[in-house]
Design a protein around this ligand. Sequence first.
Ligand code: ADP
Length: 460
Amino acid sequence: MNLPFQRKLIVLFIFLFFLLLLIQGYLVYGLKISFLLSSLISLGIVTPLAYMILRYFTQPIREMMDRVKRLTGSKSDRDAHVYSGDELGRLSKSIGEMGTQLQKKIDEVSKERDYLQTILKGMVEGVLVVDERGRILMVNDALRKILSLSSEVVDKAPLEAIRNAELEEAIREAIQERKSTAFELIFPLSGGKTLEVNVVGISPSPEEIGQEGEKIKGAIAVFHDISRLKELEKIRQDFVANVSHELRTPLTTIKGYTETLLEGALKEEVAPQFLQVIQKHVDRLTKIVEDLLTLSKIESKEFYLKWERLPLSGLIDDVLDFIKEAVEKRKISISRDIIPSSLEVMGDRNYLEQILINLIDNAIKYGRQGGRIIVSAVRKNQSEVEISVSDNGIGIPKEDLPRIFERFYRVDKGRSQELGGTGLGLSIVKHLIQAHRGRVWAESQFGEGSTFYFTLPFHI
Ligand code: ADP
């Protein structure tokens, strides 16, 4: 019966009233039972009936309550039965459908939110989102790390949380003037990091434009940490400046002497002397270019090592043989100390020779006339062999020690140039040892001597 609910109740009431009268009449006039007892009996019959019918009528209400509870709690019940076709039944059905739709939307939104959160979490760029009042809505983990933000920043003004007026102004312009800005910032608070910042306003969606006009809803600032890029750029600029400087000195000398020779000195007595100076500087230029080429080769993608197992004693003997002349010239005594004497390493023979030549050559150059050099090798542990080259020469001041492996870094530039140094020897050594998966370091007592240590793999 698809009657409206109100009418159902009236019909039920009339039906029960007449039923009550009928039973009561039958009991009083038919069975001659007293009025009081017949009233009790007829009420006893009608009340459960009324209860059952009412329960049937109110079934949709209970169902609606159930659904609302489920909606606010967990999932909606798509398969709930509707026992009635009246307004309440239809309402219950609509609520059920609405619940299903709502749940679908909630699922979609939370899926999107999860995606967004995963993206924000995985991003290396820092992200800051502010609302239309310019208050922080969220910052991602990357930004917390980049700016070392420890405290809670949500609902604070960016100026208060990040302490940068330029950023605050860019956010204000994005919200009030719809202006997108890109700029670089140096953050002293985060260890002088250089950040590239892009700020844009958040435009309202088409539905929101209808309701609230085209008012900007907030702004997003994306922070890209370009400190490393800047550092590399600086290294590159310094390197070009250093190379140019290193090349200019010998070139200027060569140019000066050749001009003098061409202007007439060629026929004079000093000519051979001039030519010797030219030759010395040409050699120097050649050495710089060779060292630069070696460095660029080591850093290139094509660089590889020919790994082989090498007995250290043979390797060191070959190197000592190669530099015999220079050692004799400076009257230096060289000893080698390999424990155990049969010790072997893994490495590329040519490059290991180059490492040892560079280190021993420095020990000769910066060692004393008549001094001593010790080349030692010892098996450090299961996987490493430690090799050292020690001299009792001029030593290295403490403050210079951390920088000697840098390109063109020299403690005493004049002395290095005088001895034919390019300032690239130790840099080559460091790169080659790193290519061998080893470590290199130096210890020195200024005025007393230096020891250069490096490790090589025992196995690979
Ligand atoms: P260079 O061509 O000038 O020798 P290196 O890169 O080989 O360049 O060394 C860098 C600097 O480190 C040298 O100029 C020198 O000042 C210092 N140095 C290197 N080895 C020694 C050593 N054994 N004793 C003292 N100083 C050294």
